[in-house]
Every structure is written in structure tokens, then in C-alpha cells.
Design a protein around this ligand. Sequence first.
Ligand code: IVH
Length: 673
Amino acid sequence: MAPETAVGSVRKRIEALRKKIQEHDYRYYVLAQPSISDEEYDGMMRDLIALEREHPELRTQDSPSERVGGQPTKEFPSVTHAVPMLSLANTYDEEEVRDFDRRVQSLLKNEPYRYVCELKVDGIAVSLLYARGLLVRGATRGDGTQGDEITNNLRTIRSIPLRLREHNANVQNVEVRGEVYMTREDFRRMNEERELEGEKTFVNPRNSAAGTLKLQDPKVVAQRPLNFVAYSLRAEKRVLRSHSENLERLRTLGFPVSQQTRVCESLESVIAYWKEWEQRREKLAYDIDGIVVKVDSLLQQERLGSIAKSPRWAIAFKFAARKAQTVLSGIRLQVGRVGTITPVADLQPVFLGGTTVSRATLHNEDYIRELDIRVGDTVIVEKGGDVIPKVSGVVAEKRPSGTRRFAMPHECPECGLRLLRPEGEANYYCENSECPAQVKGRIEHFAHRGAMDIEGLGEAIIEQLTSLGYLKRFADVYDLHRHQTELLNLERWGEKSVQNLLDAIEESKRKPFARVLFALGIRHVGAGVAQTVATHFRSMDGLMDASLEELEAVQGIGPRIAESIFHFFRDKNNRKLVERLREAGLTLQERVSAGTATALTGKRFVLTGSLSSMTRDEAKEKITERGGTVGNSVSRSTDFVVAGEEPGSKYDKAKQLGIKILTEKEFRKLLSL
Ligand code: IVH
């Protein structure tokens, strides 16, 4: 084959992969109908990156592999919005919405008009410019006239298309506006991870999205779970007549557009929409703080114009914040599993957003001191989108005399030992590893889904077993079978539940090394860090004896994490625990030791059809453990296609290309199972 043709065919493959990935992004983000698994998607992306690495001359700006690029910026350049980004007049009040409607009606001289109602997503407004179909600039709203250019950060958001889907000359140069936001679940998970790693947590999803967009390094932004929803389209040539048509067009251009938008022919249905979402807002995955009402016709919008900084054709109809006042009767300290101390407010019960609230979070010492929250104060309790309510302020006029500024107790409420606040951290810690709250917390962590995944060993059972003395530390889990008779005599326990628990415990022994490492609950060692460390040191022995310098030298491990790991293994009790886990038969090393090539090392696999003895994830885990890789699509560089039941088109493709096809049995043999 002549070299040009070879490059030509690589180009075709690259283009095909890009198109496919783009299509799957569209299915996932816009249609919310993904048709492939995450693994398959990742496989395609890996293939694309590999090909582009081999052929740097074929790289392009709009390739889905190029979402994370650019150097960290010191300062974001300022940009001017060609058309100012207006804000909206706000109201919480039905009467004011009626006034708004009367104004619209009279300005339009009684001609017919209708509204579009949208959810007011609580995020950050951004503007995206596309030139000849390519994303060329992304910016924040700023003061409405000038914003920050944050193109590289916005490019990392996978729901923002890097290239428009439609090739219509009229809509190639456009500005799209919308909201960047974070779902509550992603926010919660991110905060959990941050807390574990000793970083400052964010207050709510909106702040966390705003904080992320301000980050200087797009690589960090790329790891944060940001989403985008579009609500405005402006084309160089105006071809559409209404906002509702614009929203449709946005969708065909490849943007996620809210599914909840409604065209309302009357003000009554606008109000009904507002009432409906006031009730249903909790059911959404993200926070909204009201609805936005817009006149649908673009011509009428133009005629209505704007005053000051807001248009006369739209209004934000907000929901009353779910806030209430109540008395703070006490501040309690809660002890987490790694000894993290969280101050919690005890409140006089108050009805708020559908439930009675008697506890709320106070975050940390600094938060309490900054707001000067005191026991006895009347405080404002707020329920954001979050399930956990928080104390957001103090009603100063209602402060009784004799209150005292909050002072952090010096001792752990559970074990009485001294609390410490490491420099640069917001949290205090109880450093006593025998503290009963920590003991329970550690066992819970050890058994939970992301760690050893012992089904049936939840909070209540752990509480029962620790109070009876059967569980003092997590290694005791593997001695529980010795207490089988005693367990059978316990209240609410039957033969079946005891057997199920013991089976689940037995099963957990097969979890890979990285899981065991994570399960140990070392401070700052989340699942990701555990995997990095496991891959690097390959065995518990190697890790336990690593020096501080060796730990710090591992990529992705900062000094704080290194120190925490180092410290953990200097503790004799911790080493003893590890020995007990070893005796119990847990996996304390990566299954393939470094440098030992197996039949799978460097081999590329593709899976098709379903396997009867393991899930796809398990198969993938087993291949990668042994040094192989798993791709999504069959190509000449594929070494093996594993065909389960009802294999798909990959099977035919493998046959066509003459690639070795393995049955499940052959595959298991290769894995030495
Ligand atoms: S329209 C002139 N639509 O609310 C039109 N805004 O104060 C202005 N927002 O800065 C924007 N959801 O951050 C519009 N469906 C929606 C919105 C929305 C949230 C935010 C946006 C804007 C602010 C308006």
C-alpha cells in the first residue's frame, strides 16, 4: 500500500471514530438515550486518542479527544459581548406577574401573543460563539457587557458540542447562551471525595459550578462533573420567528435543551406551570430557583425591547426560598470514620419544605465563627436543593443576652481525647483510632459497596455486632463465622440471613488489591488514589515498607497523601490488622506482578455478546489486571474478540478480518480461571 493511501485510511478511521463519538455524545446529552455502555464509549475514545497520537498531523481542534487542552491561564482575558447579556427582572409574587402580563399586553396593543415557560436553572450563564460551525469562544456573563474568556474550560464540558451538528449556512455563525450547572448527586459525590481528601468542600451545586469555571487549569475542570443546558440562540441571519422554534433548532444543532419547557397560551397556564414546578422541583436532578417566562415571538420581543439591564419581554418568576427561623438549642460534634469532626446544629423543630427539620449542618468551625452563630440564637435554616438543611444566618435582633461566641471543644465527644486541626485544613480531627465512633465508621466504610462490598453488613448490623463485642475492628469481619451459633440466636436473625452474610464475607476475599487498600480507610486515600498506589507498588508489602520519599515520588500522590499513608503503616496496630487480613486470605497484591509478562500482556481485546460467568466489567477488570487492554471496536490491531452469547456485529467484523475469536471457555482458560 502506498503511504498516502495508508494515511488516507487512518484519516477515514479517525473521522469515523470522531463522528461516532459525537453521535454518542448527542444521544447521551441531548436525547438522553445512550445506546452504548460507558466502557464502549471509553474504548472508542481510547482508540481515537491512540490513532491521533500515531498521526499528530491528523489532529484537529474539534476532535472529541481535544476537550482538554491549552495551558493553565494566569488570568482570563476580558471579552465584550456583541449583544449584552441582560439579566431578568425578578419576582416571587403572582400579582407582579399579572402586572408584567398587563404591560406586555398594552405594549403589544392587544395583538395576540403567547409565552414560553422554562425552568430557571440555578447555575452560571455563559455565552458560546460558533464560527463556521466550530466553537471558537466561550465566556462568562460578567457584568453583562464584558465577561471572562473561558473557552478552554468550557470545551471540557461534554454536553457542549465542539462542532455544530447541522451544516446549514444560515446557522454556522451563531451565539448560544445557556447555563452551566452541576447536578445535586454529582455535587454530593464530589464533596464527599473532597472531604475524604482533606480539601475544602463547596456550599452548594451552584457555587461549585462557579468555582470550577474560575479554575485556571482546564485539566482540573475536565474532572469536575459540569453540565450545560442551552436557552438562547442568536444567528447572524435571523431565520426563525419564535423562541420555541429557536429551542428546537438548538436541539438539532446538538445542544441539550430542557425537556420541561412549555408553550403557554394564557397567563393562567403560566401560573399553573410555576405552581407545578414549585411542587416538583425536588424531583429534578439539579437545583432550580424559579421559572423564566418569555414572550415567544422574536418580533414581538424586539418591539417590547428592554429597560435598563432587563428585557420587557421576559421575567423570572422565582420560588420563595425555603427558609425558616428557629432557635438553635445546641451545637453537637459528629465524629466521622477518619475522625473528621463536623459541627451539627440541634434546632427547635421547624416545618420546612415539606419536612420537619431538627438538625442542620454547620460545616466547620470557621463557618460558625464567620457568621457568629451562637447557641440560643434565632437562626435562619435553609433547604437548598440539598437534602441536608443548613444554618445560613443569624437573626441579630433576636439574640438573647448572655450568649457566647462559639468555641470549638478541645475534646472528642465520643472518646474524650484531644481534637486537632491540621494546618491549612478546615476540619478538626479526633486522632484516637480506638474512638468508638471511628471504629464503627471504619467498619462501615470497609464493608460498603465501593470497598469490600459485603452485602448485608450495613449500619444497623454493624451497630448490633459492635455493641455485642463481635466486631472491634474490621479484620474481625473474617472471624464472624466462628460466632455462627451466637449469631443465629440474635433477634431478627435467621439461618438464611446469617448464611447470606457469611457468604458475602467469603466472597469479598476475592476483591482486588486496590479495593482492599481503599477499604482500609486511610485518610485522604479515596478509590482513585488507592488504584494509583496499588498499580505503583503492586503489593501491600511493597507499600507498607515504602519510605516517605518513595511515596511522594508517585505521580498523582501529593505530600499530604504520602504522609498519611506513611503514618498509617507506622502504626503497629494497623500492621497487625493487615496481617489478619492476609491470614484471612484477602488479595494483598496486584494479580500480575511487575515485569512478569502473561499471555495477555499488551494484547488488545474486544468483547461482544454476554458472558455467563461474569459481567462485562468483571471481564474488563480481569483483562486489565493481567496487562491487556479492552477496546470497543474491532480493527486489525485487535488480538482477540471474546464472543459471549448473542454476539453483535463485532463478531462478524472479527471473522472478516481473520481475528482470533475466543469462546467463553477459551477466554477463561486464557485467564487461568
Ligand atoms: S434567559 C434576557 N432563561 O437567570 C434573558 N435565563 O437573571 C436572560 N437562567 O443570567 C436569560 N435559566 O443565568 C434565561 N431558562 C433560562 C434561564 C436563565 C437560568 C439564569 C441566567 C441569567 C439569569 C437571569
